[in-house]
Ligand binder design. Sequence first.
Ligand SMILES: Nc1ncnc2c1ncn2[C@@H]1O[C@H](COP(=O)(O)OP(=O)(O)O)[C@@H](O)[C@H]1O
Ligand SMILES: [Mg+2]
Length: 319
Amino acid sequence: MQLSNMDVFSSTDQADNLRRIIHPRPLKIIAISSGKGGVGKTNVSINLALAMAKQGKEVMVLDGDLGLANIDVLLGLTTEYDLSHVISGERTLEEIIVDGPENIKIIPASSGINEMANLTPSQQMGLINAFSDLGHAIDVLIVDTGAGLSDTVTNFCKASQDVVVVVHDEPASITDAYAFMKVMSRKHNVNRFHVLANMANNASEGSALFKKLTKATDRFLDVILSFLGTVPYDEKLRKSVQHQRAVVEAFPRSPSALAFKRISRQINNWPVDTLSSEGHSSGELKFFVERIIQLEMVVTNITQATSLNTVIPQQEACG
Ligand SMILES: Nc1ncnc2c1ncn2[C@@H]1O[C@H](COP(=O)(O)OP(=O)(O)O)[C@@H](O)[C@H]1O
Ligand SMILES: [Mg+2]
């Protein structure tokens, strides 16, 4: 029997797919969130991504924040297209991915994210297939979510294996982080959070902040918090932002860069959960995207975004 080119391609594809099903590459998916904006999420996302890449991991970052200081700006990269162009069919996923330092891959997603809720079934399939056909092998996907509790943020957190909450030691940041965890646990069944204290004056101030937060959550919420560590306030980080570079690249020996490296080593030791509750391999990007799309559809049918200001009664106020 003679095989045509098409047959050869399709049998190779099938073998690849089979291999992926049998040995899915374990993938950590980490959402970086916070109650309040401006506490350092984007800096945490890029610096952890770069620190992990330096430690030998293949890292991808999904820029899901609709804010202004996006990952491309902070890294001095130019992005022309984003996920909305993939959804409209103007560009392929490969074409919108931007290479960052240390070979990290960045998916500019911000303007495409809101469209995920209104995809036709064929657009949904197109997007899911685009992610499952992605040629890059990835160990870690870091999702820079927006601040607060928009549907997109809650969906990213629900679809990720681990949620990091970035907190700064000031009343608004602590109260908003508390409100964020309250809504995520009560309304969305996400109960485990890793707390990162950013811009602290020293390590003991970071752990004091964590204690303050757990005192309130232990009393009123059914959540498990673990302390990921402290990133100190660092002028070198500010300087890096001005020069559109990540501090781990620009000032690798600075206090914040050393903290990012320490935290990323800790994250590398987290177990990779390859089975989601549905019995799928959550190690595949495809399932992450599927979950986002399905969650977006459910959410648009039933809810409005929750305002952080409305969720804490007086007696729960912490800070
Ligand atoms: N550890 C830090 N030390 C000093 N300044 C910081 C630190 N982390 C963040 N910043 C400052 O806070 C600003 C906001 O950070 P960013 O990562 O854009 O926050 P977010 O993504 O949460 O809005 C940055 O431009 C930077 O100047
Ligand atoms: Mg940001």
